[in-house]
Every structure is written in C-alpha cells, then in structure tokens.
Ligand binder design. Structure first.
Ligand SMILES: [Zn+2]
Length: 116
C-alpha cells in the first residue's frame, strides 16, 4: 500500500491530499510541474458511480428525515457522511496510488512544463 506516488512528468511526490482535492478520481494536476495526469484503473469508473449513487441515496434519506422534523439524527448522519466521505477519499487515494497507473495528458513532451 502506498500513500504517495511520484509524478511521471517531474518525479515530484504526489501525496494523498493532492488526490483528495483534485475533485475527480480520473484526473489530477501535479502540484510541482502542473502536468495534467490521467489516472487509469479499469474498475474505477463503476466503483466511483456506485459510490455516487450510494451517497445520493443517503442524501435522499437524510432529506426525508429532515422533512419529517427529526433534526438530531440528521445532524449525526450529516457528520457521519462527511467522515465516511473523508475515509473513502483516503482509502481511495491509497488504492489509486497503489494500483492505478498515471499517464501524462499535458505536456506531451517532457520539459514543456509551462503553467497554463
Ligand atoms: Zn510533476
């Protein structure tokens, strides 16, 4: 298990939080050289959408509880969801850095590391 990996463009260290704040598990930008990286993992797409659907269903459930006036459990569920999401991001980041392959989308040629 790896909690960091090296940028294929500049070999700079990519830590877990760089992936967390990327916003999408499919692309990320190297914080060192600004290279755009594609993250390749065959089963990532179905797993990602399953999680999105799962969280959407949870959100609907929380909305239903809020509509019925049960606000205390809603607060706890909200906190639980945030914690669950952070854990998922961390676990997902470790899985990505361990199993996924990173390919350079931009720049196409090494050395062309100008910020866009
Ligand atoms: Zn880099």
């Amino acid at each position: 298990m790896k909690t960091s990996t090296n940028c294929p463009a500049c070999t700079g260290k990519l830590a877990l939080w760089h992936g967390i704040w990327a916003g999408t598990p499919f692309r990320m930008t190297c914080p060192h050289c600004r290279a755009r990286l594609r993250i390749d993992l065959p089963w990532l797409v179905p797993v990602f959408w399953a999680l999105v659907v799962g969280f959407a269903a949870l959100g609907v459930g929380i909305g239903y509880l809020a509509a019925s006036g049960r606000f205390v459990p809603v607060v706890y569920m909200g906190i639980g969801m945030v914690i669950a999401w952070l854990v998922l991001e961390l676990v997902g980041g470790v899985i990505l850095y361990t199993y996924a392959s990173f390919t350079i989308l931009y720049p196409k040629t090494p050395g062309e590391t100008k910020d866009t």
